[in-house]
Each structure stands twice: as structure tokens, then as C-alpha cells.
Design a protein around this ligand. Structure first.
Ligand code: SF4
Ligand code: SF4
Length: 432
């Protein structure tokens, strides 16, 4: 076991392999506030990578309805319960952060899946990460409980009344889109006895070497997000490959040679909830290099408006979420950690710069490495009720945000206010 630093839990932790970092890291922000659960992303992935025999139950991208849905069923609740069982009452955060940049969400004082592994060995021997193997039934219904809400009841008139008022709805659900998080300390990689799983040094993408894999399924057990999956026809495990030919810039239709493009699931997103990128890793520290003009760095590290999914598992996932602002906070806290209030506060009333950067979601198929803002005129002033009940005046400016690809070329130019076009008065004959 080695000791590695995990910035998301704000402390060192044990990990089965020595600390090593890529030059760039594949990362993404999803905004569940905007997800409509249309599954276009799911089908874009399915029709590209998992349409063959033996992959029928395999959905590298899935969108589940929380709190009841899950693929596989109950994946998160099961692991949270296992961790609580081995460390009763101890899975807690100390949100006071002595070094805000090193410990942006405070310090997680409980046990990660790597630290808890010894406490609960599997029936056939020890493991390097605490986990479990889902049953076939649990994989079978990727969209179970779709759009099923939880919470209060309708009143006598059949109305929900105040059940759907902010800051927290009493009747609620939300869509959680998920892919492999290409974790910094992957549970799948740690668990593989064949060293068949590796993290690419150029972009941090986590892949399974099919020629080394023997299908033991330890990775399926050890991935806390259940994003490593077994394929019975080849007797190997498979997982999301982050559409790596696109990240390498190999698709001539998407841009100049070598210019990275977003994955299939990202580019297909109808709700414009997704922004994918590559963040530079600081060679000296192994952490994220300060790069405030990179939209992902700005949203995740600078503004902390997007948070990691279950950071307490300890894998340092590179997928981040803007918490859905109507959902009860205790549910969000266990899912995204102590940064939730701060993130929702900012998202509820974004300032000028945040408002501009939020326009970049799904604005280009090429990955944006930096942005610039050109200031425009003030177009509105609105009263916003903040989550704590205070009223705030939000000024909205029609700024233009520009996005640049890896070569520094401008590939996006978009305004905060959506342009409208008035059709001329003359009659237009329908051509159909
Ligand atoms: S999400 Fe799971 S499969 Fe993906 S890198 Fe992390 S541990 Fe491995
Ligand atoms: S395509 Fe986008 S909006 Fe539709 S389900 Fe996927 S993430 Fe949500």
C-alpha cells in the first residue's frame, strides 16, 4: 500500500499503487438542473460502443432517476451501507478547511473504499477495495423507477401545493447522468490482480487491456460507481473508453488533426447539461495546475459550483455535478459532500462571469481549453430569492463568451442573451 494525496477528501489516504499522475486529465461537468432524462446520450454511446452480442445489459452511459433509480439497482446505497457497517457513525466530514485550495470541501474523516477493504474481506479472500458484485437482476433494468418522485402527498384537491417550492421541494426527483469518472485513484484498477487496467499518461483515461483481462470481475466489484462491466461472450470486462479516438483528435469531421473533441455522449446532449474537457496536471504537485481560463478549472476549482460524485469513496472521480437546487440538502450532502450549499448559492444567482461560462455547455464539439469574455450591455435586472430566503438583485449583461480549442483557435462565440430573429412579413409557402 502507498500513501497518496486526495484533494477531494482533503487528506492523504492509502492506495494499492504508488502515486503517479498523467500530463492532462479527462474531466467533465454535468448539470442535473438541466437534464431532461431523454437518454439521447445513452443511445449515442450504446450505438457506438456496446451494440454487440454479450453487451446487451451494458450501458457505459446511463441516466438514472434519483432517489429510487440506479444502474445497477441500489449501487450507491449498497456501498454506503457497507461502509457504514465497517465504520459505524464514522463516515463524516469536517467541513472546516484550513487550506481552502488543498482541501476545498474540508476533510473526510471516515474510511474510503481502500481503507475499509481489510475490515470486510470477501468470502473468498481479501480485496484491495471494499465492493460487491451486483446480481444479474440488478443490471437488467437500467431505467428502473424512471421519473418516480419521492416525498409528500397531494392535498385534498389533488394539488401538490407548496410541495414544489424552493429552496427544497417536498416532492422531488432528479436525473443523474453517469459515465466512468476516469478516476485519479481508480477502484477498478486497484482491484485487478492481473494489472490489466491502466491509466493513460497523456490524458488520464482508464482502460482495460483486453489481452490481459481474464474476466475475474474484481474490477466490477471494486469500482464503487459500477462502471466496469462483464461481457460473457468474451469473458472479459469492459468499460467506457472516453471515446479516446476523439480525445486524440482522430476524427477529421470534427476538427483539425490532433485537436481533441468531446465524446459521443457529450456531443449528443439535448439538454446542454454537459461540458467536457482536459485539465492540465501540475508535474511538481500531481494536482490540477492553476488555469483559471480553462472553463472546467473555473467551474470546479475556482468557483466550486460543480462537485465530485461521492468523493468519500476515495477514488478522486473526475466527473463533477452542479447539484440540483430543489433537492433536500441532506440527500445532496451525502452524494456530493459539504460543498453543496456554496455550489447551490452560486448557481441560484450566478454573477457575470459564471453566467457567461455557463453558456459554453454544448456550444462546441471541440474541447475548449480556454475562454474569454467580451463585455456587453446590461439587459435585465431580476429579484432572486436565495436558498436562505434572502432576496438578491441579479444584474444580467449580454456578454459574449469566446471559447478556444487546443490550438488556441476560436471555435465558439456565444452571447448570454439568445439572439432572436423576426421573420419578414411576406407569406412563406410551406415547402412540404
Ligand atoms: S468510475 Fe469505476 S470504472 Fe471508471 S475509473 Fe473509476 S473506478 Fe474505474
Ligand atoms: S442527452 Fe443530456 S439531457 Fe438527455 S438524458 Fe443525456 S444528459 Fe440528460
Amino acid at each position: 500500500m502507498s500513501t497518496v494525496y486526495n484533494w477531494q477528501i482533503g487528506r492523504e489516504m492509502t492506495y494499492p499503487h504508488a502515486e503517479r499522475h498523467p500530463q492532462w486529465q479527462f474531466a467533465f461537468v454535468f448539470n442535473p438542473n438541466r437534464c431532461i432524462g431523454c437518454q439521447t446520450c445513452t443511445m449515442a454511446c450504446k450505438s457506438t460502443w456496446t451494440f454487440s452480442k454479450g453487451q446487451e445489459l451494458m450501458w457505459w452511459n446511463n441516466v438514472e432517476t434519483k432517489p429510487y433509480g440506479g444502474y445497477p439497482q441500489h449501487w450507491d446505497a449498497k456501498l454506503l451501507n457497507m461502509l457504514e457497517e465497517v465504520n459505524p457513525g464514522g463516515q463524516v466530514w469536517n467541513a472546516a478547511a484550513p487550506e481552502p485550495h488543498k482541501q476545498p470541501y474540508g476533510v473526510f474523516e471516515g474510511m474510503t473504499i481502500f481503507e475499509a477493504a481489510d475490515r470486510k474481506p470477501a468470502s473468498d479472500g481479501p480485496r484491495r477495495a471494499l465492493g460487491y458484485l451486483p446480481t444479474d437482476d440488478e443490471w437488467r433494468s437500467p431505467n428502473i423507477h424512471e421519473d418516480t418522485a419521492t416525498g409528500g402527498r397531494q392535498n385534498a384537491e389533488g394539488q401538490f401545493g407548496d410541495a414544489v417550492e424552493l429552496p427544497e421541494h417536498k416532492v422531488w426527483f432528479f436525473h443523474l447522468a453517469r459515465i466512468c469518472n476516469h478516476c485519479t485513484y481508480p477502484g477498478c484498477l486497484a482491484s485487478c490482480p492481473r494489472n490489466a487496467i491502466y491509466k493513460r499518461p497523456e490524458d488520464g483515461i482508464v482502460l482495460i487491456d483486453q489481452s490481459r483481462c481474464r474476466g475475474y470481475r474484481y474490477c466490477v466489484e471494486g469500482c464503487p460507481y459500477k462502471k466496469a462491466m462483464y461481457r460473457p461472450t468474451t469473458r472479459t470486462s469492459e468499460k467506457c473508453i472516453a471515446c479516446y479516438p476523439r480525445i486524440e483528435g482522430k476524427d477529421p469531421e470534427l476538427g483539425p488533426d490532433g485537436v481533441p473533441s468531446e465524446t459521443r455522449c457529450m456531443s449528443a446532449c439535448v439538454g446542454k447539461i454537459r461540458l467536457q474537457g482536459l485539465v492540465k496536471i501540475d508535474e511538481a504537485t500531481g494536482g490540477w495546475a492553476v488555469d483559471a481560463q480553462n472553463p472546467l478549472y473555473f467551474l470546479i476549482r475556482e468557483r466550486q459550483v460543480a462537485l465530485p460524485l461521492y468523493p468519500q469513496f476515495g477514488t478522486e472521480p473526475n466527473g463533477f455535478y452542479i447539484p440540483p437546487r430543489w433537492v433536500p440538502r441532506d440527500y445532496l450532502l451525502q452524494m456530493f459532500g459539504p460543498g453543496v450549499e456554496h455550489a447551490i448559492e452560486q448557481y441560484s444567482c450566478p454573477d457575470r462571469e459564471l453566467m457567461a461560462v455557463l453558456q459554453l455547455f454544448r456550444a462546441s464539439r471541440q474541447i475548449l481549453f480556454s475562454y474569454k469574455i467580451e463585455q456587453g450591455e446590461k439587459v435585465a435586472e431580476v429579484e432572486v430569492t436565495m436558498p436562505n430566503g434572502e432576496s438578491r438583485t441579479q444584474e444580467i449583461f449580454n456578454d459574449t463568451v469566446l471559447g478556444y480549442n487546443k490550438l488556441g483557435e476560436e471555435v465558439v462565440r456565444i452571447t448570454v442573451e439568445e439572439p432572436t430573429f423576426e421573420r419578414p412579413k411576406e407569406v412563406h409557402v410551406n415547402s412540404i
